[in-house]
Design a protein around this ligand. Structure first.
Ligand SMILES: NC(=O)c1ccc[n+]([C@@H]2O[C@H](COP(=O)([O-])OP(=O)(O)OC[C@H]3O[C@@H](n4cnc5c(N)ncnc54)[C@H](OP(=O)(O)O)[C@@H]3O)[C@@H](O)[C@H]2O)c1
Length: 267
């Protein structure tokens, strides 16, 4: 990735949810592409592990322990991040997210669960964007990628809180894209279908044990039930590649969009 012409420093990225799964792999990929990276999440030890991998690539990493739902903590770590980066931020990826309850219909959904999903998946990206978009606009350059999900592209029974949060994230992203475009800043959503992160692999493994079948049977059934054209769930690398595209040269004239990465379910 090239730093913008007016910016002599190495590009700087902030990635939320950088302690595991997709966010961690995006943070490492951005470091491979030349960025120093701020790593935000709640588990300091896991963030440190990501930071070590980034430092091994010869890039710098800054561990930022915070709960994205907590305005004061986010505000404090973003100030810490901006001091560390010399006031610059070129890339923001909001990957922190939680799935919330699985299978509860709206009539059974607890308000506390609904609020927790909205706070993590929507309020979190709002907090980082509201602080960092003005910095990007001041620089005349910025790339924001919010990790949504296919549940934000269609309704899904039993997933109302998650789907609501990911739909709302599209509204936030599209509106921001219109506001900041004139300043050379883009904002887009990458909407993955299932990603085979540790958490999902564990879910499929548990199901296999429960039913006394192999994991490949569970996976095969899942792919068939979803009607997945390419017949494979995402690896994190599939989502990473799309983020790289959007923050790289290919994404310079793309804003306010959602790119679905789901192996061909929503077609
Ligand atoms: N996995 C899938 O099948 C799938 C499909 C579509 C979309 N997505 C989306 O992709 C993104 C990454 O998901 P994943 O499955 O790769 O993740 P994951 O492995 O479950 O990790 C979730 C990440 O979010 C962070 N996080 C959660 N709550 C947080 C909070 N309150 N404050 C700060 N950080 C928080 C976690 O860090 P800490 O625990 O350290 O706080 C962790 O780094 C999410 O937005 C998710 O909705 C995932």
């Amino acid at each position: 990735m090239n730093a913008p012409a007016s910016e002599p420093l190495r590009p700087v990225a902030l990635v939320t949810g950088a302690s595991s799964g997709t966010g961690r792999d995006i943070a490492i990929a951005l470091a491979e592409d030349g960025c120093n990276v701020g790593l935000l999440g709640r588990r300091t030890a896991a963030l440190e592990a990501t930071a070590e991998r980034i430092r091994a690539l010869g890039r710098e990493a800054c561990v930022l322990t915070a709960d994205v739902c907590d305005e004061n903590s986010v505000s404090a770590v973003l100030e810490q991040f901006l001091v560390w980066s010399g006031g610059a931020v070129h890339v923001l990826v909001n990957a922190a997210g939680i799935p919330g309850p699985l299978g509860d219909n709206v009539g059974q959904l607890q308000l506390t669960d609904f609020d927790a999903v909205m706070a993590t998946n929507l309020r979190g990206p709002f907090l980082t964007m509201s602080r960092l978009l003005p910095v990007m606009c001041g620089q005349g350059y910025g790339r924001v990628v919010n990790i949504g999900g296919t549940h934000g592209m269609r309704g899904r029974a039993g997933r109302a809180s998650y789907a609501t949060s990911k739909w709302a994230l599209r509204g936030l992203t599209r509106s921001a894209a219109l506001e900041v475009g004139a300043h050379g800043v883009t904002a887009n959503v990458v909407a993955p279908g299932a990603i085979a992160v540790e958490r999902m692999r564990q879910r499929w493994a548990d199901q296999a044990v429960e039913e006394g079948v192999s994991e490949s049977v569970v996976l095969e059934r899942y792919v068939q039930a979803m009607g997945m054209a390419l017949q494979r769930p995402n690896e994190t690398a599939d989502v990473v590649a799309t983020v790289r595209f959007l923050v790289g040269e290919g994404g310079r004239n793309i804003t306010g969009q959602e790119i679905v990465v789901d192996g061909g379910v929503i077609v």
